[in-house]
Ligand binder design. Sequence first.
Ligand code: S3P
Length: 429
Amino acid sequence: MAKELTLRGGGVLRGRFRVPGDKSISHRALILNALAVGEAHLTGLLDSEDLHATARCLGQLGVQIEPSRIIGRGGKFSAPDEPLDCGNSGTTIRLLMGLLAGQHFKVTLTGDRSLRGRPMARVAGPLSKLGALFEKGVSSAPLSMSGGAIVNQSVQSSVASAQVKTAVLLTAVQGEGLLEFIEPTTSRDHTERMMRAMGVVFEDEVLPDGRHRIRLGGPQRLKAVDVDVPGDISSAAFFIVAASILAGSDITICHLGVNPSRTGIIDALQKMGANITIMNMQTISGEPVADIRVRSAALHGVHIDGDLIPRMVDELPVLAVAMACATGRSTVRDALELRVKESDRIAGILKIVTAMGCAVTDTPEGFTIDGCDGRSTAAISIDATGDHRIAMAAVVAGLKSGDETRVSGGEAIASSFPQFMNLLEQIRA
Ligand code: S3P
């Protein structure tokens, strides 16, 4: 149901709190344990629409999932009677494509309008090379496919995408032979960490030119593992930026995932002058976890490109809000991937920053923002176009505004962070 969010700017953020479980780790905790032998207990799993889509699809494949327990199928799933509906979730469809490329039945995967418009050839191409058969086009959902993994192949991905990497690894671990996978730079590595914890053996190295190579011989059995999912840094990012730009703010986000392949947002904000302290670092379920304290600070412009982009790709919309509040010019390059997320996020960023009253220009692979303190005196109205992260970034922009902000399409937030507005109001004084 369409939902318009309204808020008035101002106030400060204060308090100690957690954000919901990491979305990427939660999807993997379900999908990898579904493939494994044995039973796993999951704590801190994200409870949002994208995760409901993954759980529902796995249920159709015969997997038994209770809120905090999952029983693995030991490598063999049952054929679903109906198409698998992945909703709005790119991670669900792409990871399931990899999982099902190792199974010997026909299946159709589909999703909502946004998901049906997103590129799937980047996954279907490599999986075809590994023996999967796709009916008709492979460029977008709905996709009908059947498995038949014959590995012994080298796959080079042109994008640093953890979804592509994970799909390929899910097929390779079920197939016969040696897979070599190379990506242009290391994308988030939650799959590698969890597969290792499940007993999968593979070589993993960064080549002298910065590319990342994995070599894995299949088939291998995965042993189910319990997972304690840390808070999602991609959800925390909205609060990290909000606390940085609202003078007088002081927050601590506890039990947060700080995997180095995900902490680009902290590095970028620190380069801008943000006041962020990382405390109580520990390793939980193979993932780095910490508490982070954020106090408001005067920010200045920054240039972001190259390897930093995959380490913060989902955080760029809210980083753009911080850039609008900074002094001086900021630029983002090498971020073409933003065009093919839940919406064209460069277009979304342009709308938000323009509404904040700052000059912004789009470039083919990024954008430039001239910081202007970000304090709009006129009312802001943004259509989130079905994109959860554009909706939440627009809300953070609204916190700086001297007037009212309206965000239409706010229901999209439920994909990743249903409690976002409540939590924000709880910590805003
Ligand atoms: C994800 C990988 C990223 C990210 C997405 C989640 C994952 O996508 O944007 O929200 O869990 O593997 P790409 O793999 O397309 O970069």
